[in-house]
Ligand binder design. Structure first.
Ligand SMILES: *Cc1c(COP(=O)(O)O)cnc(C)c1O
Length: 455
């Protein structure tokens, strides 16, 4: 190792605190330090290449170091790097707001910018709450969420989340929400289980709404695919039915499209798959092609109009972030959306998704694969100790972590969700690249589970 790399590794250990990481484990190994990216690959400081098999945690769209995206940032940098949206505007923010309103599900005509998915969710929560307040409706102050939901890591976003591991410690800080079951067919995957799960969800929602809709401001949902829960896919028609129940009971629908938005599922937004038009929609991650931290909360005119009043009425939305509407971020988001059209990224996702499904079919009967879930280029492979009994691996076996490490040795990066191996390649990946990545994934799963079956 060169002196330079040794020094970086030592500083990493001494000063950098990594997210979602037990530092005691992490600092005992040799760190992976990325130096550059090109296309769908990342390169570490030793010059080793890795496929970005999880799109740098579900963000990347067109690959890394894309000339058109780089140029958009350089061009904007020659104008101004940042200027606020508090009481004034900037050119890329205006153009991006117009563009988002045009491509979003029907009715979402107003765009409020922030800088991460979690802040976008906080904004949606506050807007929904204040919407009812501004209308003079009292008591609608709580939220409905799905079990195992993930909406980000700030206190408000954790409050409407549903993953106990991320919530328990902070419980005293969280506001209570109403949770309903997520319609997951696993571990009894067949059409009947899927219909049964959907029934259970809709019945729970109907019962809750009939009893308490007068105290509920909104329902939050990750449309079609629940990401951090382990890539769980809703049965067809479920999102539409949820949306209809909310509308019937005057509860707002907030779609968290942070993970699913911008082509990931094969449609521009997952809501489009069932022609659902939410009242509020949150986007982030892929909005800038995965380049810069920009998020947005989209609202209908009806929501916006409840805040539109004489100054003295105090109906203003008193919320904002320093870097809201950052011109560099908005410029690269515009360039990314242009590439979506020029390169027909959605068609590429659908073609790629079919290929991945075909490739991964060889795992269908693998004794340690319990379930393969997929929507577009969002894939989760659930590893189990025993396929027939669906007996899970013990948590301490870290089967997911070990499989991801093996994939890294074979040249692909990903990060598991417990025992679920996540595969979310950049949307621009070619068929050749996808086939290569699938081969690595299959080998890693075989190597680790077949070697580990005696553990
Ligand atoms: C990642 C994610 C978030 C949080 O976004 P950050 O930018 O990490 O704050 C919110 N909701 C969903 C569905 C996500 O996948």
């Amino acid at each position: 190792m060169s002196i330079h790399i040794e020094r970086l590794a030592a500083s990493n250990k001494a000063h950098l605190w990594h997210p979602f990481t037990q530092m005691k484990d992490y600092t005992s190994g040799e760190p992976l330090i990325i130096e550059r990216g090109q296309g769908v690959k990342l390169y570490d400081v030793h010059g080793r290449a890795y496929y970005d098999g999880f799109s740098s945690v579900w963000l990347n769209v067109h690959g890394h170091n894309v000339p058109e995206l780089n140029q958009a940032i350089v061009d904007q940098l020659g104008q101004v790097a940042h200027s606020t949206l508090l009481g004034m505007a900037n050119i890329p923010a205006i153009e991006l707001a117009e563009k988002l309103a045009r491509i979003a599900p029907r009715g979402l005509n107003k765009v409020f910018f922030s800088d991460s998915g979690a802040t976008g969710v906080e904004i949606a929560i506050k807007m929904a709450f204040q919407y009812w307040h501004n209308l003079g409706v009292r008591g609608k102050s709580s939220f409905i969420t799905m079990n195992q939901a993930y909406h980000g890591d700030t206190i408000g976003a954790v409050s409407v989340g549903g993953i106990p591991l991320y919530q328990e410690v902070y419980r005293p800080l969280l506001f209570p929400s109403h949770a309903i079951p997520y319609p997951s067919a696993y571990p009894h995957n067949d059409g009947e289980a899927s219909a049964g799960a959907m029934e259970t969800t809709l019945n729970a929602l109907r019962t809750l709404l009939e009893a308490r809709s007068h105290e509920i401001a909104a329902l939050l949902v990750e449309p079609i695919v629940q990401g951090a829960a382990g890539i769980l896919v809703m049965p067809p028609g479920c999102l539409k039915a949820i949306a209809e129940l909310c509308r019937q009971h005057q509860v707002l629908l907030i779609a968290d499209e942070v993970a699913t938005g911008f082509g990931r599922t094969g449609a521009m937004f997952a809501c489009d798959l069932e022609a659902v038009a939410p009242d509020l929609m949150v986007v982030g991650k892929g909005l800038t092609g995965g380049y810069l931290p920009v998020a947005a909360t989209l609202a209908t005119d009806e929501i916006y109009n409840a805040f539109y009043a004489d100054y003295e009425a105090q109906k203003t939305f008193f919320h904002g972030h320093s870097f809201t509407g950052n011109p560099l971020g908005c410029a690269v988001a515009l360039a990314s959306l242009k590439l979506f059209e020029e390169r027909d990224v959605l068609a590429n996702v659908r073609k790629g998704a079919a290929l991945v499904e075909q490739k991964l079919a060889v795992l269908q009967d693998h004794p340690h694969v319990g379930d393969i879930r997929q929507k577009g280029l969002m894939i989760g492979i659930e590893l189990v100790r025993d396929r027939t009994t669906r007996k899970a691996y013990r948590w301490e076996e870290r089967i997911g972590v070990r499989t991801a490490m093996r994939a890294r040795e074979l040249g692909m990066l990903t990060r598991p969700l417990g025992n679920v191996i996540v595969f979310m390649p950049p949307l621009a990946s070619t068929e050749r690249e996808l086939a290569d990545m699938c081969d690595i994934l299959i080998s890693a799963i075989r190597d680790v589970t077949e070697g580990a079956s005696s553990v």
